[in-house]
Ligand binder design. Structure first.
Ligand code: ADP
Ligand code: MG
Length: 456
């Protein structure tokens, strides 16, 4: 029987065959996921690692596994970020146990009780002059929740580390005080849950449960509170939630894309509450910080990247850390695909491909479908068919998103190409991906990787 044992035996053989440094870089974090029939599925932690092992080692790995098994076996690599060891029950709402987390399925992050991204820690947050205050304040809060800076209100443009700091606070607090009742929620989720509770009020005690869930915590973190301004009911609810936690000595941390006084239509009483602690901003990173972040990201990807390449990227991408990391991932994959040395020239080509793809010929729907199917290892038939499990549906939505944004197709046309779906289904899918992209850097990297293949 194919099993974890088979994989371990194969790994032992690979360790002998693969140069030591390469083994450490690409196989140390590879983990057995499942096996069935003649196939074994192995997870690696990053999109880049998946590209490397698939291109360089797939055959070698298949041989090693086949040998260990004593018959032909095919190997599939998937991307699977490290999962936090079981989160405390109150972090996640009771929900059916999730299937083994596939790369494309919405992780708990999209469920009501959001899990923390294991990558978003204080250790991995690079500090520079533009984020020093925000970082120091977040660290203080994590050491003494409820005691200083309450609430802590962080604001900045997109992709500058607000969510990273929130998750870091959550993780650090849990490490020091595991008994803390904590809730992290994107504001949009808070609003949607509330509206849902209000709509279904007649049929039970949802509203009450909603209140209990949010008001009975020691640490409440709400991400992107500018989203509140859209509905009155949510402002009212937030006001009372805030007061309940504050008065009980709990800690509140909020983030937004702007300071409280600039949030449109924010009630004065909420604004004054938001401002009563510390309001700290994060500015765009300076050149030094951009370099340091790139070096760290490269190291975490298992790639060795020269100063020249780092400088090239740091010079060009200046306003958004997420884009900075995306550009590096793209460069790594591009160089790997084309067998190029990691030089600034490769980075330039990788980034110009991006410009070209966006500027002239949009990729064809057929190419998008094929590339998406290949990247996630979900068959095109499944994507065109009726399957609605989370993984297939998630991958299908990625295809919709790419057809809409990169392929510039109309919604009805996308629906037609994807097995005759309604245009509202397509719109829903595109919106879903846009929302997930705000929360899931892994998905962002997946989409970047597909784009690299498409721009070839
Ligand atoms: P925001 O919530 O402000 O839009 P995120 O927290 O999602 O931004 O950050 C975007 C990406 O950039 C994440 O992958 C995050 O880890 C990374 N990032 C941002 N700032 C830093 C930093 N100072 N050090 C390391 N990574 C960072
Ligand atoms: Mg964010």
């Amino acid at each position: 029987m194919l099993s974890q044992r088979t994989w371990e035996a194969a790994l032992g053989a690979l360790q002998v065959e693969v140069p030591k440094a390469d083994f450490a870089a690409w196989f140390r974090d590879a983990r057995f996921v499942r096996a069935g029939g003649r196939e074994i599925v192995v997870a690696v932690p990053t999109v880049f690692a998946k590209e490397i092992v698939t291109r360089r080692y797939r055959e070698m790995v298949a041989r090693a596994v086949s040998k260990a098994h004593g018959g032909d076996v095919d190997v599939t690599f998937v991307v699977q970020a490290e999962q936090p060891a079981g989160p405390p029950a109150w972090l996640a709402d009771p929900a059916p146990a999730p299937a083994p987390v596939p790369a494309a399925a919405p992780p708990a992050g999209t469920a009501p009780g959001v899990r923390l991204n294991p990558r978003y820690t204080f250790e991995r947050f690079v500090v520079g002059s533009s984020n020093r205050l925000a970082h120091a304040a977040a660290l203080r809060v994590s050491e003494r929740p409820g005691d200083v800076y309450n609430p802590l209100f962080l604001y900045s443009g997109v992709g500058l580390g607000k969510t990273h700091l929130l998750h870091a606070i959550g993780r650090a607090v849990l490490a020091q005080r595991p008994e803390t009742r904590m809730r992290y929620v994107p504001c949009e989720t808070f609003v949607n849950e509330l509206l849902h509770a209000i709509r279904t009020e007649g049929r039970g005690d949802r509203r009450r449960r909603f209140r209990e869930r949010y008001r009975s915590v020691d640490l409440l973190m709400v991400d992107d509170v500018e989203f509140l301004s859209r509905t009155e009911a949510s402002q009212e609810e937030m006001f009372h939630t805030f007061n309940a936690i504050y008065e009980a000595g709990g800690q509140i941390v909020l983030t937004s894309d702007r300071p409280p006084r600039e949030i449109a239509r924010l009630e004065a009483r909420l604004r004054s509450r938001f401002e009563v602690g510390l309001v700290a901003d994060i500015q765009a990173p300076d050149l030094d910080l951009r370099r340091m972040i790139l070096h760290q990201h490269a190291a975490a990807s298992g790639a060795s990247v020269s100063d020249e390449v780092v400088d090239f990227l740091a010079d060009r991408i200046t306003r958004n850390v997420r884009e900075l990391e995306g550009a590096l991932t793209r460069t790594l994959i591009y160089a790997e695909l084309h067998g190029l040395e990691l030089q600034p020239a490769a980075a330039e080509q990788a980034l110009s491909g991006l410009g070209r793809a966006a500027a002239s010929r949009p990729p064809a729907t057929a190419a998008i479908l094929a590339a998406t199917s290949r990247h996630f290892d979900v068959s095109q038939d499944a994507l065109l068919g009726k399957r609605r499990d989370a993984r297939t549906a998630g991958v299908r939505q990625v295809a919709m998103y790419l057809m809409r944004n990169d392929g510039r197709e109309t919604l009805p046309e996308i629906g037609r190409v994807l097995g005759g779906r309604d245009h509202t289904t397509v719109l829903h899918g595109c919106n879903k991906i846009e929302r997930r992209l705000k929360l899931e850097d892994q998905l962002k990297a997946d989409i970047e990787a597909i784009r690299v293949h498409l721009s070839d």
